[in-house]
Design a protein around this ligand. Structure first.
Ligand code: ARG
Length: 401
């Protein structure tokens, strides 16, 4: 008896997930492997990847086009939440995992598989995100993670694959570990493991080096409807097109790079390089529009929600009761977050330089220092007396005892 009869494996076409195919069958007694390659707008050709899985012996090689769903149902809510893990990482990889998990579970249900599998190692966050998401969506499915158990080095993995008849093109292998989708790229390992090493230009694909950015600034007007980005420079765009175009525009000005030491859920600190040009600018612009359209208390309370939301998504709890509850709060706040934010791009900077909304709570007649001022200055005196009363009482007591 093997560990499972029929398995749906998340497939990237890389060495690890390819070796998972014979490994599952030969070592763990799996009878049938079905692979699922997810298209998340990463720009890879999926057909050769599909063929590769067939050659490795799978019974079915699936490609799931998840890009539109990814942007609409995973990235856009995260923008409404201004989600930045540890204040910096916009979760470009983390957001994709629950969606891939959902596709795996759906395929398993459709094909009557008793398990799903992924190629994650035991050191990262992705294993947590897959395992927990799968458990949430179908708790009776088994989850197999061969690379978490096989203990093979890179060379041993390749040698194992070759013994089973797989061939791996001898391309000069990159020292980096890279994940990519339409939202961004994550680059780890190799020379980056020394946190003092500046990332070489070769690691970046979506963002220009400052040296190569245009010498003229460029403006982009981002339109939001109920907290969702809907237009660029007045042109209404579908979510996927909006992200692609904005990635291009923002990346060209060298905006969107992150270099950070990050706390993984499994206790390891790791050095991470990210590029996520559109996503970072959208969060910044969205937050700015909120400051124009939300009341002070909602806006300030939401900060705490955002922090919790970001940590929860990072830690693999996308499908969880707390996430559902936070979603309800965030949705409620977005009803009137409609308007336009103007961003100036220049030499690695993206700055919000203007914002406009018909629903703005900002009121010029109250804010102005000119003669048109409608604010009742005299009312401030009584307000401050009451506001400061506890402090006055405290100070008097301190002095007299
Ligand atoms: N540290 C990032 C995260 O946890 C990036 C993970 C990249 N994953 C990968 N398999 N290369 O979201």
């Amino acid at each position: 008896m093997g560990r499972a009869e029929k398995v749906v494996l998340a497939y990237s076409g890389g060495v690890d997930t390819t070796v998972c195919i014979p490994y599952l069958m030969n070592e763990w007694g799996v009878k049938e492997v079905i692979t699922l390659a997810a298209d998340l707008g990463q720009g890879d050709e999926l057909e050769p990847i599909r063929q590769k899985a067939l050659k490795a012996g799978v019974t079915e090689s699936l490609v799931a086009d998840l890009t539109a769903e990814f942007i609409q149902d995973y990235a856009f809510p995260a923008i409404q939440a201004n989600a930045l893990y540890e204040n910096r990482y916009p979760l470009s990889t983390a957001l994709a995992r629950p969606l891939i998990a959902k596709a795996l579970v759906e395929a398993a249900n459709h094909y009557g598989a008793d398990a799903v599998a992924h190629g994650c190692t035991g050191k990262g966050n992705d294993q947590v995100r897959f395992d927990v998401a799968i458990a949430a969506l179908n708790p009776s499915l088994k989850v197999l993670a061969p690379a978490r158990e096989w203990g093979m080095s890179r060379e041993e993995t390749i040698a194992y694959g070759e013994r089973t008849g797989l061939t791996f093109p001898v391309k000069k292998s990159s020292p980096y570990s890279i994940d990519r989708n339409l939202l961004g790229r994550s680059i780890e390992a190799g020379p980056l493991e020394n946190p003092m090493n500046e990332p070489l230009e070769e690691v970046f694909l979506m963002t220009q080096a400052i040296e190569n950015t245009p010498d003229q600034p460029e403006y982009v007007d981002i339109g939001f409807t109920q907290g969702l980005p809907t237009s660029l420079n007045g042109a209404v765009l579908e979510p996927v097109a909006l992200i692609s175009q904005l990635n291009e525009l923002v990346g060209r000005h060298g905006v969107g790079r992150i270099d950070m030491i990050e706390n993984r859920l499994v206790g390891i600190k790791s050095r991470e390089i990210y590029e996520a040009p559109a996503l970072l600018v959208l969060i910044d612009a969205h937050r700015d529009l909120e400051s124009l359209t939300l009341t002070a208390d909602v806006s300030q309370y939401k900060r705490g929600i955002e922090e919790t939301y970001s940590r929860l998504v990072y830690n693999g709890l996308w499908y969880s009761p707390l996430k559902l509850a936070l979603d309800a709060f965030i949705q409620q706040t977005q009803e009137r977050v409609t308007g336009t934010v103007r961003v100036k791009l220049f030499k690695g900077n993206a700055r919000v330089v203007g914002r406009q909304s018909n629903l703005a709570l900002y009121t010029e007649a109250l804010a102005t220092y000119s003669a048109d001022d409608q604010f009742d200055h005299k009312a401030a005196e009584g307000f401050i007396y009451v506001w400061g009363l506890p402090t006055r009482v405290w100070s008097e007591k301190l002095r007299n005892s």
